[in-house]
Design a protein around this ligand. Sequence first.
Ligand code: B12
Ligand code: SF4
Length: 478
Amino acid sequence: MPAVEQQGKSVLLVFVQASSGVDGAASLDAESSKGLIPLLKERAFSGVIKRAQFAIPPLSLMLLASVDVPGVTQEFCDLRFDRLPLERHWDLVGIGVQTGAARPAFELAARFRERGTKVVLGGPYVTIFPERCREHADVLVTGEADDLWKELLEDLRDGSLKPEYRQAEFPDLSLERPVRKSMLDIGSYFTTNVVQTTRGCPFSCDFCSVHVMNGHRLRHRPVDAVVREVERFLGEDRRIFFFLDDTVNADDAYARELFSRLAPLKISWVGQATTALGENPALLETFARSGCGALLVGIESLADESNHAHHKFHNPAARQARWIRAIREAGICVYGSFIYGLDGDTMAMASTIEEFIGETGIDVPGINLLRPIPGTGVFDRLASEGRLLQDPDDHEAFRFSWAQEMLYRPRLMSLEEFVPSYTALTSRVFTLGNAVKRALRAPTLRSAVLMFNSLYVYMYGLSRRDLRKQLAGFRKGT
Ligand code: B12
Ligand code: SF4
């Protein structure tokens, strides 16, 4: 955390890591980590995962820390890497709260408040469940805080902080809000080049929070502003760029213009897209030419009835294989994200997924469990159908983990059938042999493909151990 000369009011922004998952996978079962060897192994892998896998800085807090208000200084602490600067005086501490990591965020808020420091909470969980956050904070910010943060910092400086700042309308993304990196320790991260070009999503998948928080209308930043940001970022960090948009090909004309303009900068980049990109040769060519190395695509189920049951209509199963092949043939790696156990899935889906991965050559498969996140449509539906395995009121029970817990009962399979089918599938797909095979045939970024697949051998191993333990607990009725 770079030191900044103290003047006026001081604000600390804190990124809180989840207790397991991509922030550093750990067993959910304390017993499994007992003993020196398991503990050392878990710590070593957790450290590698934390640093290597998705170690990018949170754009939300970068945006906030870049808001300049005379008389206020802001610093940033990323708990994945930094020690909490408790010994220093802060006039305000801002904490981002994600739904699956609300408990550690609240615990941290309590530590500061016990010392008399005021705490402001914002982020997805606060936006969706402000009432559950109120008692943990002095100030709440609901919604997208790009503009509200300036108002709040001015109020802090003037001694007139309000208990709540509420976004009335979505911020106008056509306004320029330069993002700085001076608050970051650049060397801690895999890359610090994180850029968002659009917000909002026209689709309504019921397991997703994006359309709930950011609305259904796609909002764009001006192409010129994004190009300037990329040029500026390159001056500080020449590593890979992450475009954090939920769907980087959501608007064909915009994406074509943007990435054509970025092509001369010779960056390499990764992002998230819909597989329909595969039927758009012009955009595919633009992406490849502009340095796109890999795209994460949400395949979810390979059965239309399953995707439709979860309000996902834009990914017809019959075209998935063709589209994925087209993306890979354009020289772009595919991270294919599945959810096994959706409402139309039967046990036959396990071998369908396995064969599909083999046939299409997906470079990095991710085989997720459905994660009903409080505040999503699927959470409410499963709760009303009595299919959640935890008390719907206990949001902590729906914490983020790496496929390590069943949180609901699948519709067409019993837990006794589903869990062994899922663990058998991940043990076949995630082997060291497959990791090497996928790396060797990857169209590009071979070492990254090897790293992801190798880490997944460990992470899905952890998932199997925790799931088997959970199933044994169900059998015993605990
Ligand atoms: C990039 C990303 C990741 C990256 C990097 C995360 C990182 N270190 O930044 C990776 C791949 C690691 C990741 C992982 C996961 N992610 Co993610 N991710 C995203 C994504 C696509 C973009 C996040 C982003 O930067 N947005 C841009 C910023 C500007 O928006 P924002 O974060 O919402 O911030 C605004 C407001 O919320 C608010 N705000 C935010 N923080 C704060 C703090 C304060 C103090 C204040 C005042 C305001 C405030 O102001 C900001 C500016 O307007 C979002 C989807 C999305 N569109 O946001 C999902 C999202 C955040 N992820 C989600 C999930 C579920 C996950 C995973 C569980 C996935 C998984 N199965 O493993 C893991 C869990 C992460 C963990 N902690 O272990 C969910 C969270 C749902 C929820 N209700 O909390 C989202 C919303 C996606 C979704 N489909 O629903 N993720
Ligand atoms: S999962 Fe992706 S496509 Fe579906 S609503 Fe969320 S952001 Fe949109």
